[in-house]
Design a protein around this ligand. Structure first.
Ligand code: HEM
Ligand SMILES: *[C@@H]1O[C@H](CO)[C@@H](O)[C@H](O)[C@H]1NC(C)=O
Length: 558
């Protein structure tokens, strides 16, 4: 009897001792990094903050506290190292073996399976090689047509919803546009989300992205095992099934159409067309000499559906939000639009014209510095790695804090000031600024994303004057309306926070928890004409004369 009781009492102690012993080696190595004091068993879990916005603030606070360098924290027995040191980033991102993703990506598995974003090892290598040509220049040009056409529709919709000085949530609006673009480019089917925003599939996409972001930092909803016990689980399953059925249905139809076409070489059915969607490219690709299975196609297509629209939503929405707060930069952008596009500002910009918009490029770079669409990426060490003389033990989660890089004043002077010109003057080194990551696992859709963001933003600048939700919210001294930094300064900043200032929330993609509110005022034709013809035409002529001295000489002689 006594013995059993003693045994029962001793059991937890034995288990505790066993786990502690197993983790001792990893703990000794990980704790060589600076970091907050830990409590037995829970580690630092309780200090992390309870929502994605608190967590972001805590991470910035710790970074300042621990010498603006890498630091460690423990979530229970999970050892996490937050990486911000460019030397470490270079090592990790250039590695051909440290390519396994951290467990936060597990949340994507039910929907995306193991596509390019979530797979690892041999499978990832082969698929990456196969998919890379899908982003070839020529294909991108086809995609540009979709982006242009869909942005035009977007502008029409914005005119409607933003009429009468209405304050709109731009983040919400953008979601439907990017969904339309990705459906058409990845799968070749228009779903017209902008007009059917109440449709089941459109809802499902939105719910799923929200769900993944929400669960990422929820202590109990994070694991599938525990999530099952929440009442919302059945709704989640329904959403998942809607998306799976939608994608599989299109794949099946395309596969049939593809077979028919390769047999008969006719082009009379509804699924054939000149423009190749990403899905069509997959159908004609092979791996080890065999065509892809339907599951493989499903995984890659859904990966694109997710990666290709949640990120660009954030990219477009924050860029336009920044326009609303920084009128001087908006003026420069508008002038550039006039110079590049000439007198007809309502037409589509060509591929080349988008490339000629240099200030727009600086603007988007600066927007991605302060509000990077992908704020963190994760890796998991499958063995010990030695970086810069320090051992990172097997079984560690590495959180690469891309968002912190933009706020490091050793790279960017006055990081809380929005100044696109800095990218001409300061020129960060390759691993000091990484919105699209770098190395073998960098963003495969970078060119696609930038083209889409620029296409939409360019059209918006030409059509509207973007205004803040309230006139007085215009930025003074070009300072940002958000603050990411040490705790005391942040608390001071928060006291002056306006309800229309964004609350940043960083999970898989950066979002504003309370939306991105602004107003749009349609530009009047005659205002455009006056402005363009006088100021920019003159500047443009001067510039072209400077660029072609021979031509101007000839003109003079003539
Ligand atoms: C502003 C927009 C975007 C940003 C900032 C961005 C950023 C990133 C980053 C940081 C990664 C690395 C992820 C990691 O290591 O875990 C990544 C990977 C990836 N991105 Fe993007 N992305 C954007 C848009 C897109 C678009 C439009 C597509 C597709 C059309 C896309 C497709 C992918 C894919 C497939 C991967 C995984 C690549 C691999 O692991 O081989 N992204 N992206
Ligand atoms: C987007 O563009 C594609 C191709 O140009 C078109 O078929 C589709 O209807 C467009 N969708 C919307 C909502 O404008």
């Amino acid at each position: 009897m006594w013995l059993i009781l003693l045994g029962l009492l001793a059991l937890p102690v034995i288990i505790f001792a066993y786990i502690e012993l197993r983790v001792a080696h990893r703990r000794r190595l990980v704790n060589k990094f600076n970091g907050p004091a830990t409590v037995p068993i829970v580690g630092n879990g309780f200090q992390m903050g309870k929502n994605p916005s608190d967590i972001l603030n805590q991470v910035f606070n710790w970074w300042h506290q621990y010498g603006k360098d890498n630091f460690r924290f423990w979530i229970g027995y999970y050892s996490n190292i937050l990486i911000t040191n460019p030397k470490y980033l270079e090592y990790i991102l250039s590695s051909q073996t440290l390519i396994q993703k951290s467990d936060i990506y597990d949340l994507l598995h039910p929907w995306l399976g193991f596509g390019l974003l979530t797979s690892t090892g041999k499978k990832w290598h082969k698929h990456r090689k196969m998919i890379t040509p899908s982003f070839h220049f020529n294909i991108l040009q086809d995609f540009h047509e979709v982006m242009n056409e869909n942005s035009t529709k977007f502008i029409k919709k914005l005119k409607r919803v933003a009429a009468n000085d209405n304050i709109i949530d731009f983040q919400d609006q953008t979601h439907y546009l990017t969904l339309d673009v990705i459906c058409d480019t990845a799968m070749g089917v228009p779903i017209n989300a902008m007009e059917n925003s109440d449709s089941k599939v459109v809802h499902a996409f939105k719910d799923m992205c929200y769900n993944i972001n929400m669960r990422a930092f929820h202590p109990f909803k994070r694991t599938e095992f525990l999530y099952r016990f929440f009442p919302e689980y059945s709704k989640y399953c329904e959403t998942l099934k809607t998306l799976q059925d939608f994608t599989n249905d299109i794949i099946e139809k395309r596969v049939e159409a593809y077979k028919l076409e390769t047999n008969k070489k006719t082009d009379s059915n509804e699924f054939s067309r000149k423009k190749m969607a990403f899905l069509d490219t997959l159908l004609s690709s092979t791996i080890d000499g065999r065509p892809l299975t339907n599951v493989e196609i499903y995984e890659e297509v859904s990966t694109f559906m997710f990666e290709g629209h949640d990120t660009t939503t954030s990219g477009v929405a924050f860029a336009v939000y920044l326009l609303s707060r920084h009128p001087e930069e908006q003026r420069k952008l508008f002038e550039e639009q006039c110079a590049v596009m000439g007198s007809d500002l309502s037409r589509d910009a060509t591929f080349q014209e988008i490339a000629d918009m240099k200030y727009l490029d600086l603007f988007i770079k600066e927007a991605q510095r302060v509000y990077p669409s992908v704020p963190f990426i994760g890796r998991y060490t499958d063995k010990d790695y030695e970086i810069d003389g320090t051992t990172i033990p097997k079984g560690s989660t590495l959180n690469l804090a891309l968002i912190i890089l933009g706020y490091d004043e050793r790279t960017f002077k006055d990081p809380h000031v929005f100044r696109p010109e800095r990218f001409e003057q300061e020129r960060p080194a390759p691993f000091e600024y990484l919105p699209f990551s770098a190395g073998p696992r960098n963003c495969i859709g970078q060119k696609f994303a930038l083209l889409e963001i620029k296409t939409v933003v360019s059209k918006i600048i030409r059509t509207f004057q973007v205004l803040p939700a309230l006139d007085e919210l215009i930025s003074k001294d070009n300072r940002l309306s958000t603050f990411l930094g040490p705790e005391e300064e942040r608390l001071k900043f928060e006291q002056k926070r306006h309800k229309y200032d964004p609350i940043l929330s960083a999970v898989l993609t950066l979002k504003s928890e309370n939306g991105l509110h602004l107003r749009l005022k349609e530009r009047v034709i005659c205002e455009i004409f006056l402005f363009c013809s006088l100021s920019t035409l003159f500047a443009y002529l001067l510039r072209s004369f400077a660029e072609f001295p021979l031509l101007s000489l000839a003109l003079c002689l003539y």
